[in-house]
Write a protein that binds this ligand. Sequence first.
Ligand code: GLU
Length: 486
Amino acid sequence: MSPSPKKGIRVRFAPSPTGQLHLGNARTALFNWFFARGQGGKFILRIEDTDTERSEDKFEKEIIELLSWLGLDWDEGPDPKNHKKDLGDFGPYRQSQRIGIYKKYLEKLLSEKQAYWCYCAKEELDAQREAMTAEGLPQKYNGHCRDITAPPKGKEPQVIRFVVPEIEAEFKDLIRGRVKFDAALFGDIVIAKNLDSPLYNFAVVVDDALMGITHVIRGEDHISNTPKQLLIQKALGFETPIYAHIPLILAPDRSKLSKRKSETSLLSYREKGYLPEATVNFLALLGWHPEGSNEIFSLKELARLFDIGRVQKSGAIFNEEKLRWMNNQYVRKLTNEEILDLLGPSFEKHQISAPRDFILRIIEIEKERLQTLEDFFIETDFFFELPNYEVNLLKWKDQSLPDAEIALSKIKEVFSSISELDFRQEVLSSSMAKLAEGRSRGEVFWPLRTALSGKVASPDPLIIAEILGKNEVLRRVSLGIQKISE
Ligand code: GLU
């Protein structure tokens, strides 16, 4: 039962499949992966599913899919014979498949009297707590069952408690420096519901030791668990890994990033059309930045540059505008075909079917403006259906509606005389230049833009016209005229 020897850096990402993968956890995974990959270390994925009531297969599957989407891979897994389901070469470790291992260590602590069965029922614990509150004492287990030698008559064992020594637990955190806790305030903590149901703080200690984890990099929300884990490690004779607790991701108002204020699951950002490369880049720079002012980094570069010593102590502010900007930087780098492939599955969702070439031309002109892939469907809806707009949008600034109608009628007349073959931006442009003579460009271009797109901001209306083709353009211009005369 001795832990495996340490060879180089070994880190782990240890999500609980009890809900969707939170952005903060995704960033924890990234920091661990960077840390390992940047130094030739190992990255281990461990699914912490000891909470059988709340753990669900669908969440585990989602976590694994999302890690792969981000481009993260892991190095080890349990014996393939032990697979719950087919997950490629090796699946991740799952705590639910290691129950026998924890059991041995629980028995060891019990036999050494470093842990004990607690028989206190819920009502008794409630009464103890109330009494302590009344006396103004900190709430903790009063150690009632610690020295019991035989099971009390008529009582069932409830949980296994760890004998917490009344000492000051201290550790050095790579990000936060020295951290001290007064263990006397904990009381004897519960480490298992029974021999086959260990709880988080216990299972994590056994696993970190047996898996030879050298560095535990995790969210700051776990910092108060660390002293408990240190004491359990000591009791089991395990070495203590090096800890690094990374700051929480905060909402713009510095409150904890929560579902109430914004989307917090990584999946929802994928669904909104953020690219994995941009998401990685954005999450990596939440709470950390390499030297210099560059902001665009690939996964590989991030692993090379990552320096845990540069991770900030204070919370990192989440700013979706920045993510949108960053995503746009990556969308621009894609070819039109690549964007089409990425958009592919969403066409059905938006009930759009159109020829490939037609869509590729739209991508070409919209690409620079797309911040998310979903923007495509917002920005380009008018290519696939008639635009819906208020009649007043047809007039430019102080232009009157009758003037806008005259402009549209002239456009219609001139465009009708251009052959379908010549219906190209350059040809349309010289006709429009003639129409605009003696007035402002806006007075002819604006009504045309509105009639074609229904939008106040769009690509050049003449490019839109070229893509829509002569018949459709004439139809939409006529509809604009009709709208004014109605
Ligand atoms: N399973 C824990 C969680 O999902 C993480 C444990 C750890 O990193 O120590 O929050």
